[in-house]
Design a protein around this ligand. Sequence first.
Ligand code: FAD
Ligand code: MLT
Ligand code: ZN
Length: 474
Amino acid sequence: MNTFNNLLAQLQGIVGAEQVLTEGDLTAYEQDWRKRERGKALAVVRPASTDEVAQVVKACAAAQVSLVPQGGNTGMVVGSIPDTTGTQVLLSLRRLNRVRAVDAANLTVTVEAGCVLQTLQEVCEKEGFLFPLSLAAEGSCTIGGNLATNAGGTQVVRYGNTRELCLSLEVVTAQGEVWSGLTGLRKDNTGYDLRHLFIGSEGTLGVITAATLRMYPLPASQLTAFAAVPSLEAAVQLLGLAHKYLNAGLTGFEVMGDFALSLVRKHFPQQTVPFAGLSPYCVVLENSDHESESHARAQFERLLEAALEDGCVLDAVVAENLAQARALWHIRESIPLAQAQEGLNIKHDISIAVSRIPAFVQETDALLEQHFPGVRLVNYGHLGDGNLHYNVQAPAGTDAQAFLRDQEGAINALVYAMVDRYNGSISAEHGIGSLKREKLAHHKSPVALNAMRAIKRALDPKNLMNPGRVLSIE
Ligand code: FAD
Ligand code: MLT
Ligand code: ZN
C-alpha cells in the first residue's frame, strides 16, 4: 500500500495532482470500446510532454508497477484498458497532442502521439496536403494508437498501413529513456530499424510519444462509387478491373455483405442505402485523380462500363458531389456501429490472398451454418487489401451474452482453422491485445514466437509495459 501511495505522490509531482485520476467515473479509460471487458486502474495518469512520460515510466519502473498506454481507447482487441487488479497505471497520452511541424518540401508532418487522427488530417489539409490514414474511429483514435496497432483502414490499397506512413519515431523506453529518432529520413540503413519494432507492438515494448509521418499532395478530385455485385467472385473481378482502369487512382475498395448493410438500414434508418436487397454484396470504391474531376469521371465511366459488360456489376451509382460521396462512405463506416447496436458479437479480422477469399467465404459460411444453425454472418471489409471482417452475430432472438459464453471458443476454432488452411492471418489490422493472445500462440510459428519473446525480454526485462498483451513471456 505504501509503495502505491508513494508512487501516486510522485506521479502527482510529475504531471500535477489534477492529472492523476483515482476517483470518479473512469469508465472511458477502464472499459473497452466493444464493451467486452472492464478493468480497474491504480490511477489514470495524463502527462502532457515527452519528458513527463519519461519521468512517469521511470517512477513506475522503480516501483515495479506496470503501465498500460492508452490513446483514444477505440482498439478492438482489449489491449488498452488495465486488468482487474487495480495495480496498473493507465497512461493516457491524449494531452500529448501537438502537431510539432509540417515540412512541406519533405512532405512530412511531425506529430505527438495523442493527436486525434481527424485533427491531423485537417491540419494537413489546411496546408494543402493529404494524410491518407482513414478509419471510422478517426474522430477519437490517436496517432500513437494507430502506430501501436499498425492500423489499416480504408485507404491501404493505395497508401499502405500506418507502418508505411511512418518515417521515424520518438519513443520512451521501458526504462524511461527517450529515443529521439525523429529524422524524417526516407533512407537510413544504419543497422536494425527500431521504428518497425515499436510499430504494431501494442504498447508492450515502449511508449510512442511522437512520429514523423508522410503526407501526399491533395488529389484534384476524389470520386466515390457504390456498386451492387452478384457475388464475392464478381467483387474480386471488379477489383482487378479497378486496378487496371484506375491504377494508382484506386484509393479505396470496400466490400459489404447484404446482412451487414441490413444492420445499417435497421439501426440508422435515416441513411439511404442504395440497391437494398438487390444483391448479396455491394462495393464502395474511390478514384483519386490528380488531373481533374472530369478526368476522374471519365475513368470511372470506362471502368463501370467494362464491369457491367463483364457482368461483375449489376448496377452502380457515382456520387455527384462531396456530400453524396460522404453519405456513401458513411454507410460503410456505420457497419461496426450498427453491429455494436445489434448486440455483443464475435469479430474475425482476417486476411487471406484476395484471389482465395470467395472460396474461403463459401466454405466457411457452409461450415458455420452446419455447426451453428441460425448464426448471422456480418461480412464486410477491406477487400482491396485481402482483409475481411468476417464477423458472427448470435442467432436472432437469442441471448448474445450466453451465446458468446457457450459458442465463441468453438466458432473461433472453426474460423481460424479455415484461416490456417488458406494460409491467412488471424489478425489483419486490429492487433492481438489480450483477446487474441492465446490464439496467437496456436497460429504463429514457434520460431517467430520465440523471436518475439526474446525481443520483449530484451527491451522490457521487468515485463512492465502492457504485460499480458500480445504474448505471454512466462
Ligand atoms: P487505443 O485503443 O487507446 O490503444 C490501442 C493499443 O495501442 C493498445 O495496446 C495500447 O496500449 C497501445 N497504445 C496506444 N497509444 C500508444 C502509445 N502512444 N504508445 C504505445 N502504445 C500505445 N482499426 C483498423 O486498423 N482499421 C479500421 O478500419 C478500424 N476501424 C475502426 C472503426 C471503429 C468504429 C472503431 C471503434 C475502431 C476501429 N479500428 C480500426 C480499431 C482502432 O480504431 C484502431 O486500432 C486504432 O489504431 C486505435 O487507436 P487508439 O488511439 O484508440 O488506441
Ligand atoms: C472497420 O473496418 O470498420 C473496422 O476495422 C472496425 C470493425 O471491424 O469493427
Ligand atoms: Zn477494418
